[in-house]
Design a protein around this ligand. Structure first.
Ligand code: PEP
Ligand code: MN
Length: 347
């Protein structure tokens, strides 16, 4: 429930609404906005007596948020959220942000080389997993903390902020020490204890859609993060399970405009996991930009044929360079722009 205040409502009137909400046993979240000040009532169990709030001084109207998710909805906050990442990138502000790098951090040489190459071709953030969720327990599981240290070195060398995955509640604190954005993978989208912990970690979060999750479920998972006080949430469409093995997943491009309508949170597209085949990544990257994605998450490897994970969907450096040129043309055609790397240092 949202209590919208009249334009120019006095601070004391706003305070009175907050106190009334708290006296009723709920939490109050004032949301100052350019157009209006609203106060969100969190924890509504359907028993709130709206007439008590409507009668208070300075209250213009009461809005009942109809969606099961509240704070992530457009009803709650009409303006788009812009997530500001340490080091400069802004995700959700209109420009297309490219997050690129290998699936996994493998060696110092590999991640440093990957960081230089993606930066050279215009990526704004570096991705790479140190803790990897692998389907087989015998597959490469990631380097763990040494991998995080290598990512930090790559950031030092290139100035690119890093996006890396937190796999469990035990290591999320460690990952948060190194990451600029914490990724929650598809397999963990509904790991609620992990979401609660990440919601309190103080770092922006990139939340991937589960492989069999509806958009409502994705938004409810994001709600866990906002409910813990973390509003810097970036959603990610990475494909859902289908029946056709022609591609690894069914890349749900329509999720982008659907999410944009339902939520104020930014959404990026991951055509690498979405398709699973490198030849399909550039066309779907172009399509995602045209569809309004706030950014792309793309796997790129200096030597994809030697990659320890997801080599078949990782772009060769030259393919990435071509993809960047092509998405710039698509962006221009739809009145958009690819974000420039900020504060990057030279090789
Ligand atoms: C990844 O980004 O490498 C990854 C494991 O992604 P997902 O969780 O979408 O499978
Ligand atoms: Mn991967």
């Amino acid at each position: 429930m949202l209590i919208v205040m009249q334009h120019g409502a006095a601070p004391a009137e706003i305070q009175r609404v907050v106190e009334t909400i708290e006296a009723l046993g709920y939490q109050a979240r004032p949301i100052p906005g350019a157009q209006r000040t609203a106060i969100g009532l969190v924890g509504n169990d359907g028993r709130v007596d709206a007439t008590r709030l409507a009668a208070l001084g300075g209250v213009k109207e009461i809005i009942h948020v109809t969606q099961p998710y509240k704070q992530v909805s457009r009803e709650w906050k009409p303006e788009a959220t812009v997530v500001e990442v340490a080091g400069g990138p802004r995700i959700g502000g209109g420009e297309v942000v490219v997050i690129a790098g290998p699936c996994s951090v493998e060696t110092e040489r590999q991640i440093i080389e990957a960081a230089h190459l993606v930066r050279e071709h215009g990526a704004t953030l570096l991705r790479g997993g140190a803790f990897k969720p692998r389907t087989s327990p015998y597959a490469f599981q990631g380097l763990g903390e040494p991998g995080l240290r290598l990512l930090a070195r790559a950031r030092e060398e290139t100035g690119l902020p890093i996006v890396t995955e937190a796999l469990d509640s035990e290591t999320v604190g460690l990952v948060a020490e190194y990451a600029d954005v914490i990724q929650i993978g598809a397999r963990n989208m509904q790991n609620f204890p992990l979401l609660k912990k990440v919601g309190r970690c103080g770092k922006p979060v990139l939340l991937k859609r589960g492989m069999a999750a509806t958009i409502t479920e994705l938004l409810l998972s994001a709600e866990y993060l906002l409910a813990e006080g973390n509003h810097d949430v970036i959603l990610c469409e990475r494909g859902i399970r289908g029946f056709d093995p022609s591609t690894r997943n069914v890349f749900d491009l329509s999720a982008i405009p659907v999410v944009k309508e339902l939520s104020h949170l930014p959404i990026v597209a991951d055509p690498s996991h979405g398709t699973g085949r490198r030849s399909k990544v550039p066309p779907m990257a172009r399509a995602a930009v045209a569809a309004g994605a706030d950014g792309l998450l793309v796997e790129v490897h200096p030597q994809p044929d030697r990659a320890l994970s997801d080599g078949e969907q990782s772009l060769f450096p030259e393919q990435f360079a071509q993809m960047m040129r092509d998405i710039a043309a698509v962006a221009e055609a739809v009145g958009r722009k690819i974000a420039e790397p900020l504060g990057a240092v030279g090789r």
